[in-house]
Design a protein around this ligand. Structure first.
Ligand code: FBP
Length: 294
């Protein structure tokens, strides 16, 4: 029911596509880096209003931001509690995440789901997998949607390898195997990080030259489209670069986007235009047929 509420809310309701506003960057990157470009964004209520006015499927934030607006905007938009977080006050080779919210908090705030980040590639990855397993079990007992941000990073990977096509496909698979209803990954690049994978990509001639082909491959890696996989917006880029990426996600059979900095770091009117165009792109018929098992 909560997954249906998510898919049936906002401008993309009923299309099977999703656009979500995530605002955990104040915690993850720091407040000035996140909000100084558009100072009204320091106010938690700003983001509720933006997500509602833009017609997003949902708004996701850590406990504090949700508590600061959940009463005023109750029922106006599906909410997702980002239940773990990380900061950048310590430079570390192998990052991990702390639990910063609970299933109990999500229920109290009327959320439809819980979000977690895992860092495949970090020496601490197994602790995060175990942490998420326990929280996801509890969340599902209460009918909450489970969304996993599967962000590969850590001493196991090179910098370019964090978004290598084989690594993103693997990260998506791990999140799906951990029982996520929705998997969130970064956009994959053309590099193949692992030697064993490189041989398979070459031998099987897996097409990964264009972004749309890589998105398609990530969808395959996420149970061949039987789990919802969405892609993160990333640091602010030009409007055209962003729209090209969205077109590629759509052409590759991706289910949507989670766009934070590319929206709230612009003025509210520009952010609304950005969301409008993104949703228009996702509203068009998709060119690609992802094979689905009957
Ligand atoms: P953006 O659209 O701003 O990239 O937000 C998506 C997101 O997943 C946020 O939820 C999170 O804060 C951020 O990306 C993490 O970015 P980083 O790669 O720096 O950890």
């Amino acid at each position: 029911t909560n997954l249906a509420r998510l898919l049936n809310h906002g401008k993309l309701a009923g299309t099977g596509k999703l656009v979500i506003l995530p605002v955990d960057q104040g915690f993850e990157h720091g407040p000035a880096r996140s909000f100084a470009l558009n100072p009204p964004a320091y106010d938690p209520r700003y983001h509720f209003e933006l997500a509602i006015a833009a017609g997003c499927n949902a708004y996701v934030a850590p406990l504090g931001f949700l508590e600061a607006g959940a009463r005023e905007f109750a029922g106006d938009i599906p909410l997702i509690l980002k239940a773990n977080n990380h900061d950048v006050l310590l430079d570390e080779a192998d990052p991990t995440q702390a639990l910063t919210g609970s299933v109990e908090d999500a229920l109290r705030l009327g959320c439809i789901g819980i979000g977690f980040t895992i860092y495949p590639g970090s020496a601490h990855r197994f602790e995060m997998y175990q942490q998420i397993r326990a929280c996801a079990e509890e969340a599902k007992c209460h009918g909450l949607v489970v969304i996993i941000w599967s962000y590969a990073r850590g001493s196991g990977l090179s910098k370019v390898g964090e978004t290598a096509i084989d690594v993103i496909g693997y990260a998506a698979q791990i999140a799906a195997q951990l029982g996520a209803h929705i998997v969130k990954v970064k956009l994959p690049n053309e590099h193949v990080e692992q030697e064993a994978a490189q041989k398979v990509y070459e031998k099987e001639q897996i097409p990964i030259a264009t972004l749309a082909e890589r998105v398609r491959h990530v969808v395959q890696c996420t149970f061949n489209g039987r789990r919802i996989v969405i892609f993160s917006g990333g640091a602010s880029v030009s409007d055209e670069t962003l729209f090209d990426e969205i077109r590629s996600i759509h052409a590759g059979g991706g289910f949507g986007s989670i766009v934070g900095r590319n929206s709230f770091q612009r003025s509210q009117s520009d952010a609304l235009k950005i969301f409008n165009t993104i949703m228009d792109i996702y509203n068009q018929p998709s060119q690609i047929q992802i094979p689905v098992l009957k």
